[in-house]
Design a binder for this molecule. Structure first.
Ligand code: FAD
Length: 428
């Protein structure tokens, strides 16, 4: 009998969601992950209701998600005068049938890894195994070149290869050798976490400042019952001139708070002390806000791209991780329809590559933070009453447009049938 094993390059959130999905629908798979040890790296990410829905369908429960984050209640933009530009309820409070979760990326990643090991077995994830490239075989199958941690190189045969190897994807680089280098628009982000009292609803995402100079913060843990403190994820962000490109070596490095806090030193209100929030973090990381220009296709015969490898995007819409999860499920649905075949990858590509590439470009134009650009263009960022600057209907229409593009229109999502029907399996 033909071996239908699907090879997955990359064991991040996208790769592990793919492994769990394939296992659920009866397709054997193995994940090759470059790092030698899984560790809970990263800070905050958001799981939008469309992704939480897919997690529930995968048997990742509310209790699981409450261990790694908390349901978000509100999304708000606030001007430097402390007045709201816009706010709206999120998740269940907004009328979705599924909550939105704000989670610790590293803890979520470890949760998914535990689930893969528990359901598929420890051998399902080969740590210290970097996929360097692939070769299409004459019989329609694919061979992945896998570099071991000790420098060994082996060739592994599979029915299909899914490149879920992140923004620096080797699979994408081979599929699109002429792709331009990483794109940086000039924004620098400093990220960290601090234990502090959550404000507003207790589970609010707050973007405070202007389109070129702001902080974003939101809790990513339930409050400690003794202290009332939650882990608050924060991002301090400044947009600079990018004419000369990114000068630092590497895209992610640990920095001292003193390297950037002076740019936020006078950001104090009676309801918030930004310098204290930043200063009380254990450590901070600097990374430029980067993405990649869209490519015309994510599929090459038996190979497809998924997650950041397919559509690395600015975090302005908080949907990079969510889209990676949705990708995995759409891929699974395509396999239920077309089997473990090139046709399944082509159907997945046809459904997602075009609209999600548009979303990448939309996020480059600031995503939902585009409201701050409008405030800036219309009044230089200074206003008494936001209704005089952007009428409520215009604000609501702007946000509805973004949600529709991101697959988050409330009624559409609530009415949509499950991506993968309960109990569906691939006929092999
Ligand atoms: C260490 C880390 C920390 C992050 N922290 C944050 C954060 O704090 N906030 C945020 O919004 N986003 C963060 N991200 C990005 C976020 O996880 C992704 O945007 C999103 O979840 C989509 O996930 P992905 O699986 O497509 O990509 P990623 O999460 O980037 O996962 C890709 C995986 O592939 C592995 N890999 C890379 N190249 C190869 C290769 N050639 N062969 C095999 N394996 C390979 C990587 O080690 C990684 O585990 C982080 C990513 C990483 C890797």
């Amino acid at each position: 009998m033909m071996d239908n094993t699907v090879l997955i390059a990359g064991g991040g959130i996208g790769g592990l969601a793919t492994a769990l999905t394939l296992h659920q629908i009866g397709v054997p798979c193995v994940v090759f992950e470059a790092v030698r040890e899984m560790r809970p790296l990263g800070v905050g990410v958001n799981l939008q209701p469309n992704a939480v829905r897919e997690f529930y369908d995968l048997g990742i429960t509310r209790a699981d998600l409450d261990r790694v984050g908390l349901p978000a209640k509100e999304w708000a933009l606030v001007g430097l005068n402390g007045n709201d530009v816009y706010s709206e309820p999120r998740g269940l409070l907004a009328g979705y049938e599924w909550p939105q979760y704000a989670v610790h990326r590293g803890h979520l990643h470890m949760l998914l890894y535990e689930k893969v090991v528990e359901r598929i077995g420890r051998d399902a994830v080969r740590l210290g195994s970097r996929v360097a490239g692939y070769r299409r075989s004459g019989d329609g199958r694919v061979t992945a070149q896998v570099e071991g941690a000790g420098g060994s190189v082996s060739e592994v045969d599979g029915a299909l290869l899914i490149g879920a190897d992140g923004i620096h994807s080797a699979v994408r680089a081979q599929m699109h050798p002429a792709q331009p280098p990483i794109h940086w628009g000039g924004a620098i982000m400093w990220r960290g976490t601090t234990w502090a009292k959550p404000i507003r609803t207790g589970a609010s995402f707050v973007g405070l400042g202007t389109h070129r100079h702001r902080v974003v913060f939101y809790p990513i843990s339930h409050p400690d019952p003794d202290t009332g403190l939650s882990m608050i994820n924060w991002i301090a962000e400044v947009t600079t001139d990018n004419a000369e490109g990114w000068k630092q070596s590497g895209w992610f490095r640990q920095v001292d708070i003193s390297d950037f806090i002076d740019q936020f030193e006078d950001w104090r209100w009676d309801w918030l002390d930004v310098p204290a929030l930043l200063r009380n973090a254990d450590c901070a990381f600097e990374n430029p806000m980067i993405d990649r220009d869209p490519v015309p296709t994510w599929a090459d015969g038996p190979v497809a791209l998924l997650g950041d490898a397919a559509h690395a995007m600015y975090p302005t819409g908080s949907n990079g991780a969510s889209q990676a999860i949705v990708d995995a499920r759409v891929l699974g649905a395509a396999m239920i329809q077309h089997g473990v075949t090139h046709a399944a990858l082509a159907a997945y590509d046809a459904k997602l590559c075009g609209p999600i590439s548009q979303l990448v470009l939309r996020n480059r134009g600031a995503g939902p933070f585009g409201l701050l650009n409008m405030v800036d263009a219309r009044c230089g960022g200074t206003f008494d009453n936001i209704d005089d600057v952007i009428p409520p209907k215009e604000r609501a229409d702007f946000m509805a447009g973004y949600k529709a593009a991101a697959g988050l229109a409330i009624e559409t999502l609530n009415r949509a049938p499950p991506t993968i029907p309960k109990g569906a399996r691939v006929r092999i």
